[in-house]
Design a protein around this ligand. Structure first.
Ligand SMILES: [Zn+2]
Ligand SMILES: [Zn+2]
Length: 224
């Protein structure tokens, strides 16, 4: 699972998904607030340990917001292992990741890369030819290699108007022209982004392969 928003319990139970690995892209509320639910979720639903991957900056945010979840810390190399403490049956294993350093998790190669998100950076996540880019205004040149040969791109399109920290339709068009992904699903839209209006906006410009995502959407690779 990528990010853990405030409604993650509702979303995962509705989609019948039980994540055992979570990658977190940055420390904003809408991407980490569900962490507060984890102790109960792990006891009642998951019933096993959980691996969480994020970078140093985001981990610092999370530690500040949920200090009681970081009861005990042992360090093994670059991996920080932190648990709820002895009264809890299951543990969260926190793994520090860095942009451009791939990690293996659940037999998947996860490649984080930097994205400019206004005053701070977020992590984009690449897994094979699937790329997840929430909360991004632009990409540093260093990240361009990570955006080559994308099959499925989940991409920020928050507002109609350009903003400092998020995507908009015109920006999405430029990115699609530059990196030529086979299919794009827009995410993070605000309440002014009507689904059918946004969909038509791209169809009208000859970009029918760029469509708004929605809760519960199932995505297939474009080649199947
Ligand atoms: Zn954000
Ligand atoms: Zn966000």
């Amino acid at each position: 699972m990528i990010d853990i928003g405030p409604d993650f319990r509702l979303q995962t139970s509705r989609a019948n998904v039980i994540p055992d690995t979570i990658v977190i892209t940055h420390g904003h509320w809408d991407h980490i607030a569900g962490i507060g639910e984890l102790p109960y979720y792990m006891e009642e639903v998951l019933k096993r340990d959980l691996n969480v991957y994020t970078d140093e900056t985001c981990m610092a945010f999370i530690r500040g917001m949920f200090p009681y979840l970081f009861f005990e810390e042992k360090t093994e190399g670059s991996t920080s292992i932190v648990g709820f403490g002895e009264s809890n049956q299951y543990q969260i294993f926190w793994h520090r990741i860095r942009a451009y350093e791939a990690v293996e998790a659940n037999d998947m190669k996860i490649l984080p890369f930097s994205q400019h998100h206004g005053g701070s950076d977020s992590l984009g996540i690449r897994i094979a030819d699937f790329v997840y880019s929430p909360d991004v205004k632009s990409f540093p040149v260093q990240s361009w290699d990570c955006l080559a040969d994308i099959d499925t791109w989940i991409l920020d399109c928050d507002y109609w108007e350009p903003s400092e920290s998020h995507g908009d339709p015109e920006t999405v068009l430029k990115l699609v022209d530059q990196f030529k992904p086979r299919q794009v699903f827009l995410t993070h839209m605000d309440e002014k982004m009507d689904y059918s209006v946004l969909k038509s906006w791209f169809v009208d410009r000859g970009y029918a392969h760029v469509v708004p995502a929605y809760d519960g959407l199932m995505i297939e690779p474009s080649s199947t």
